[in-house]
Design a protein around this ligand. Structure first.
Ligand code: ADP
Ligand code: ZN
Length: 764
């Protein structure tokens, strides 16, 4: 940054960013009592629209002519809350993702630091419900809850959440009154107690010690990373179970101990990666600050300050841990760099991997992007020489990648129908489990080994349909069919959470022919528990993990061997390392393959490869069985052979014509609003506005696709239209994206809104 002109200092004016949806900054006057200069990145208290607001000083400003400036009221920081590398990162994010700078900077700081009001005290106690009577068999349950349907619902929900859950969250999920809980407590079925607000549970977890001896491959990777020039990016491509975590730990050790620097480690989601986090804590104890979404505002501020003061030197967390206020950062690690959760879905719509690279450059730190299934962006980056590829080709400690078997469910079903005995009762496992998966599950149960089952669709059935007229109940607020849930029995919209009773007759033709179609985790759980009544089954999906620590509780139970079969959505595919898991089954590999999104194949390949990689991590080895109706698709074919290179080659071929990332940069411009016609008209007007801009400026390297309704053209009552911009020149894209976000006219009617999503991870 160039020094401010002398006139600016002499004039005592500063430029301030305020958290408003405006693409401009504000100039304030610094009154005599306050010392100049005010360092960039310092928080200042100002009056904005007659309200006290916290702003960030960006530096000295030249006073505008003929305007009387308002004074700032106070300087809040002794040292800038945003050190220069963070301010730099914030400016980059705002520019690249076409976001207002003030909103971006606010998103980088803990809430407690950006509000002019004092933070509200966190509530102190919480009412918890715990199962007090075990009812393991179906029979017992039916007797106990004969007429108490709601109690049964509560009991099942509670059990699905690991046996303990907050009363309030249960009450909302079960749609019942608090009286139901009192009644259950009277019968001795559950226990209700008040518990002091749980303190940060990560603080109390025992860490796990990392393995003592890195392999040669691990040592080579560590050496290469430590020899990297400042700003160098590494792709650590290690197959599942190759021991990437130990590489991170050895790098961190050198950075902390030999270089006396600090480090940032990003993980996709803390709750799902508790095992990995435990290893960092095992190696570095209280040097680690775990930043997770369960922290209260006060706890978050504590963690932030301990990093700021240098009391803790490693920040571990999801996306926003990237903004940890550390100085002398030596390495930024992005674990599972392919995960789409690294992209923020609201303003500023940044991708943490890309922002990590920017921050690391500003710090002179190296970047490690780790994955067994790297994103195409990162793979391309290595091909172009902008990242150094390091490979861990084998599993650690002599373990082997598991063999994968594919079952073509089309063939399986035909065969099963042919062999069916017409007099036998209907077999519910039909169409859910192939014979080979059932046999494999049975074997694991007999041997006391564990299985993981993936089905990336929650709920009971994916939708309902009338057999007579074909009507499917859809959400009244979204263009999405409602999902059938059995416990409690309702139809739910997975986009807006709208709920409605299950219709007894078709809402269209009134016939009593409503049927459930498609498979969800609840149904698989029921079929499983009927087929294997003695098995201890746990389900992990959005519905069973609403409690704050539910994920960790379920995973801890698996780790202690209290679960035989863990069934779940993509949540179970993230980094789990359980040596007793010797079977992974993918119930339906095709759930994401047909989505109208250019990343559908990439996602499916990553999901299937990652979940397959959970099998056979211990000395007992393991097997993977994948059920699909599309065994020929390249996502499935290459996942079976653990062949990343093969997949990437084929997928890159498909991304050239028509061009998609990584070959071009794209931005998704979306118009949404409450009125369908106005939304369409605004989208079309915006598109012609952009078209004229392109023609006027002769922007040849800007391709324009659309406008059209989004694949999901209504969510939460808002109609949605979009168009895509593609360009092979990132700079041009930056300019155009910003120009559209700032200038494109949108009528102030029907809550119309225009958003620009640069480098989107989803086009739905
Ligand atoms: P990845 O993240 O690459 O899938 P992990 O880091 O989870 O793999 O490591 C897989 C397993 O191998 C872990 O249980 C880990 O403790 C073990 N492991 C890693 N490196 C070694 C080593 N050098 N010696 C022994 N065990 C190791
Ligand atoms: Zn909805």
């Amino acid at each position: 940054m160039s020094p401010p002109p002398a006139s600016a200092i002499a004039s005592r004016c500063i430029e301030v960013a305020l958290a408003a949806p405006l693409f401009r900054t504000f100039t304030y006057h610094v009154p005599d009592g306050i010392a100049m200069p005010v360092a960039p990145g310092t928080r200042v208290l100002v009056s904005f629209r007659n309200r006290p607001e916290i702003g960030i000083c960006l530096g000295a400003a030249v006073p505008p002519e003929g305007i009387t400036l308002k004074p700032i009221q106070a300087v809040v920081d002794d040292v800038p809350s945003l050190p220069s590398s963070l301010l730099h990162t914030g400016k980059w994010i705002a520019a690249w993702y076409a976001a207002p700078l003030g909103l971006t900077l606010r998103a980088m700081l803990p809430t407690a630091l950006t509000s002019a009001k004092a933070p509200a005290p966190a509530s102190r106690t919480q009412r918890l419900v715990r199962i007090a009577m075990d009812l393991p068999s179906l029979l017992q349950r039916e007797q106990t809850f004969a007429r108490a349907k709601q109690q049964r619902v509560v009991y099942d929900l509670l059990e699905a959440q690991g046996g303990t859950a907050p009363l309030e969250s249960l009450r909302i999920q079960a749609h019942c009154s608090a009286g139901v809980f009192t009644a259950m407590a009277k019968r001795g079925l559950v226990e209700i107690r008040d518990e002091a607000h749980q303190r940060d549970p990560f603080a109390d977890r025992a860490g796990t010690l990392p393995p003592p001896n890195p392999s040669d491959a691990q040592k080579d990777a560590v050496r290469a990373i430590l020899a990297g020039d400042p700003g160098q990016v590494f792709l650590l491509h290690g197959v599942t179970g190759s021991g990437k975590t130990l590489v991170y730990i050895e790098v961190l050790r050198a950075i902390l101990e030999q270089r006396e620097q600090t480090a940032i480690v990003l993980v996709p989601e803390i709750a799902l990666t508790s095992q990995t986090v435990d290893r960092f804590r095992g190696a570095f104890g209280n040097d680690v600050a775990v930043l997770h979404s369960g922290l209260s505002d006060g706890e978050r501020l504590d963690a932030w300050q301990s990093l700021r003061r240098g009391e803790r030197r490693i920040a571990v967390g999801a996306r926003s841990a990237l903004f940890a206020p550390l100085e002398r950062v030596g390495v930024v690690i992005v674990d599972e760099e392919h995960e789409s959760s690294y992209k923020q879905s609201e303003t500023p719509r940044y991708h943490a991997r890309e922002a990590a690279i920017v921050r690391a450059r500003a710090e002179g730190a190296v970047v490690v992007l780790g994955s067994a299934t790297p994103s195409l962006e990162t793979w391309e980056r290595a091909d172009r020489g902008q990242a150094i590829r390091l490979t861990l080709p084998d599993r650690a400690a002599g373990a082997q990648l598991p063999p994968v078997t594919v079952v073509d469910m089309r063939v399986e079903l035909k065969q099963a129908v042919k062999e069916r005995n017409p007099n036998a009762p209907f077999d519910e496992t039909l169409g859910v489990f192939s014979k080979s998966l059932l046999v494999a599950l049975e074997q694991r149960l007999v041997r006391g080994e564990q299985s993981l089952l993936l089905l990336n669709r929650r709920g009971y059935s994916s939708f309902m349909q009338c057999n007579a007229c074909g009507t499917v109940p859809v959400c009244p607020h979204c263009s999405i069919s409602l999902t059938y849930h059995r416990v409690p029995e309702i139809l739910v919209c997975h986009y807006c959470q709208h709920q409605q009773p299950v219709p007894a007759v078709c809402p269209q033709c009134a016939a009593e022919t409503m049927r459930r179609r498609g498979l969800g985790t609840q149904q698989v759980e029921r079929v499983l528990s009927e087929r294997f009544p003695e098995a201890r089954i746990a389900r992990m999906d959005v519905d069973t993990t609403s409690g704050k620590w539910a994920h960790t509780q379920i995973l801890d139970r698996v780790g202690r061997g209290e679960v035989d079969i863990l069934l779940g959505t993509q949540m179970i595919a993230k980094g789990l390392d359980f040596p007793n898991v010797t079977l992974v089954g993918v119930v339906d590999a095709d759930t994401g393959l047909n989505l109208p999104d250019f990343r559908a194949s990439e996602r499916t390949f990553q999901l299937v490869s990652q979940v397959a990689g959970r099998a056979g991590r211990g000395p007992k080895g393991g097997d993977v069985i994948i059920q699909t109706r599309m065994p020929g698709s390249h996502a499935i074919r290459h996942a079976i052979t653990h062949d990343v290179t093969g997949f990437v080659q084929e997928e890159l071929g498909a991304r050239r014509m028509p061009a998609y990332p990584p070959f071009v940069s794209i931005a998704n411009v979306m118009v949404s609003g409450l009125d369908q016609a106005a939304t369409a008209a605004t989208a079309m007007a915006a598109a012609s506005w952009v078209q004229r801009l392109v023609e006027r400026q002769g922007l040849r390297d800007l391709v324009f696709v659309g406008p059209a309704p989004c694949p999901i053209d209504r969510i939460k009552d808002r109609w949605r239209w979009h168009f895509l911009l593609k360009s092979s020149q990132p700079r041009l894209m930056t300019r155009v994206a910003r120009y559209i976000a700032e200038r494109c006219p949108v009528p102030k009617l029907h809550e119309l809104r225009l958003t620009v999503d640069r480098d989107p991870v989803s086009l739905l």
